[in-house]
Design a protein around this ligand. Structure first.
Ligand code: 5MM
Length: 339
């Protein structure tokens, strides 16, 4: 079993490719569509997502795609379901299995991710439907007196229990602890909280006997808070992020695929690129698992009109391509315009 998990994990972080996060829950997808004046229904969500995954040559740059439960059960075109279509293109299909971040009782302003009840049974069905990996996102907020130890521990424990169940079912768990960039904290505060969070996450993974060579880590980058007046530059973000990971992540983990977390498309690409240029002995692949930083442009190009397919495909392929180059430290601005 572990051999198969390692093989899938290596495919997910294959050199020069990254993961497309298209697992917005219905609520998140609805607010993204509404921002563009588009009605969110199962049909419009399927139309947009079908356009995304039928982008010609997408698999040159995308190794895996994370789906939402609704999408996993829909067909792209003709008979092929989304997982079948993706697998046929050489893109590993995955599924978001958490039930969302809910308020943590007794801890105002903090959240805990739910979804462990019945997870073992749900995973069996997801494997039957074609998923080969799963994803669970935990969020940690920086603010006045937070995060609490209780919040970090509850989220780390949940991630570890989820990851153990995934490996038991033969699915590679993407372990996603996200220290949010919302707030006015400086990059040092983000570093401190990220160090502590990732450290506790890996201690919990070990305690729950999760095999580190059969997971993919999806962390935040170490950034200044969005409203911090002093914004760290690209070099500092890259240095702080890699140093934080070197201090907390076991070398056996095959790859780290970052979330974009609300960065601009350009920032997400530049930060990843710089990390891959640093002269540090990094034992894992460093790539992307972006949602917004891959989808903002194609979703806008679509804007509810399926006739914009060529523009959707161009925009989707462009963001995938530039980030694939960044995952090799080979990004240059000229890639934004070339064919
Ligand atoms: C695509 O968004 C994912 C699902 O979000 P919700 O559960 O809130 O609907 C999200 O988990 C995503 O996979 C990660 O946060 C990375 O996406 P970004 O946009 O931060 O790169």
């Amino acid at each position: 079993m572990i051999d198969q998990l390692q093989k899938t994990a290596m495919q997910m972080v294959a050199p020069g490719r990254g993961i497309l996060a298209m697992d917005e829950s219905t609520g998140t997808c609805t607010s993204r569509f509404e921002n563009l004046g588009v009605k969110s229904t199962p049909t419009t969500r399927k139309s947009y997502r079908s356009l995304l995954v039928t982008t010609p040559n997408l698999s040159d740059y995308i190794s895996g795609a994370i789906l939402f439960d609704e999408t996993l059960r829909q067909t792209v075109s003709g008979e092929a379901t989304f997982p079948e279509h993706l697998a046929h293109q050489g893109i590993v299909p995955g599924i978001k299995v958490d039930k969302g971040a809910k308020p943590l009782a007794g801890h105002p302003g903090e959240k805990v991710t739910e979804g462990l009840d019945g997870l073992r049974e749900r995973l069996v069905e997801y494997v039957q439907l074609g998923a080969r990996f799963a994803k669970w996102r935990a969020v940690i907020t920086i603010g006045d007196g937070i995060p609490s130890d209780a919040c970090i521990m509850a989220n780390a424990h949940g991630l570890a229990r989820y990851a153990a169940l995934c490996q038991e079912a033969g699915l590679v768990p993407i372990v996603e602890p996200e220290v949010l960039m919302d707030g006015s904290h400086d990059i040092e505060a983000c570093r401190e909280v990220s160090d502590k969070t990732f450290h506790i996450v890996f201690a919990q993974l070990e305690e729950q006997r999760v095999e580190p060579s059969g997971i993919v880590l999806k962390p935040n980058m170490v950034l200044s808070g969005k409203d911090c007046p002093q914004q760290a530059d690209v070099d500092e973000v890259a240095e702080q992020t890699v140093d934080c990971l070197l201090a907390t992540v076991p070398a056996e983990v095959p790859g780290i695929a970052f979330l974009s977390g609300g960065q601009t498309d350009e920032q997400a690409t530049l930060h990843l690129n710089r990390m891959n240029q640093l002269d540090k002995d990094v034992p894992w692949r460093l790539t992307f698992s972006y949602g917004r930083a891959l989808q903002q442009a194609p979703m806008k190009a679509w804007s509810g009109n399926d006739e914009n397919s060529a523009q959707v495909h161009d925009a989707a392929l462009r963001r995938a391509l530039v980030n694939a180059y960044a995952s090799k430290g080979e990004y240059s601005e000229s890639l934004e315009a070339s064919n």
